[in-house]
Design a protein around this ligand. Sequence first.
Ligand code: F0G
Length: 351
Amino acid sequence: MKWQGVIEKFRPHLPLGSDVKAVTLLEGDTPLLPAPRLAQAVGLSGDLYLKVEGANPTGSFKDRGMTVAISQAAAEGSRAIICASTGNTSASAAAYAAQAGMEAYVLIPKGKIALGKLSQALLHGARIVAIEGNFDQALEMVSAIAQQHALTIVNSINPYRLHGQKTAAFEICDTLGRAPDYHFLPVGNAGNITAYWMGYCLYHEAGITSGTPRMMGFQASGAAPLVQGRPVRNPETLATAIRIGNPASWNGAEAARDESGGMIGCVTDEEILAAQRLLATSEGVFAEPASAAAVAGLQKVCGTDQIPVPSVIVCTLTGHGLKDPSAITDVCPEPVSAPANIDAVRKVLKL
Ligand code: F0G
């Protein structure tokens, strides 16, 4: 059957009434890409797959949660939604709100949003405030404003978001015909690790899969509250999507880690950029820096021989690399220019 988005595909597993009409951009059904060259490069002998969530309509995994949250909000008669965001949530919220005919209000940390994400929120017509503060402060304000003005919050503290995002775990199990042994993903506000774990547990309890993966979450070392065991007041990382010091789903992330027998670790910005490049050059996949944190984490774990063979490993690439082109152009030298003649071009290309 033609793909109709995650709500129509997984409705029996979602807490939506049968009369709730889907607001959808046909999100989901993203590639689960075998990654043998990356596996070899990080010294992994198991089967590695990449869940390429940048292939969603607005370029990140947020669309899975947004279709469910905004469909429910529309069914409840909500006229406007609000969110705090490091970028991707606002892009997704603005797009789905546009389709639902709702107003979208967005609070972002000033100067800390990747250009691609900001341009999405702008074009979809969101009302945006760039606050002189960080994501954690923006989320606190959003909670207060939403109550005062009866707006629907579409951050992951909205439970419908997590129900939507858990569908990525379903897709992985459906494609593999089993649950993976390990699942690597980046952790910021910690909604996604919570959602994946919920999805894997649901399939296991329903008898669809016989096991669940170890959940392997990675934060940036300058924004690693779950690793340090306490909130970080001034989180810093070039992976702006996960520049978060006090994750809303703290308990969910710890439960996912502990119940699955997994871990939450951290990686430096240098490791993140190196992993982003390795992913791009070995498999041809362009993911944003936050997504590469999961690859850097995989690389780190493989370096210490913690993964037994044979294992099936999935790594979620949460957002498209084009969201944040300056992460590349800031560190790569500009292309060499040449006059428009073949000899000059040959010389530069060393042909
Ligand atoms: N990767 C990307 C590309 C993200 O945009 C985010 C979160 C994460 C990973 C972390 O996921 O928060 O569920 O642990 N972005 C949010 C936003 C915070 O506002 O777009 P998480």
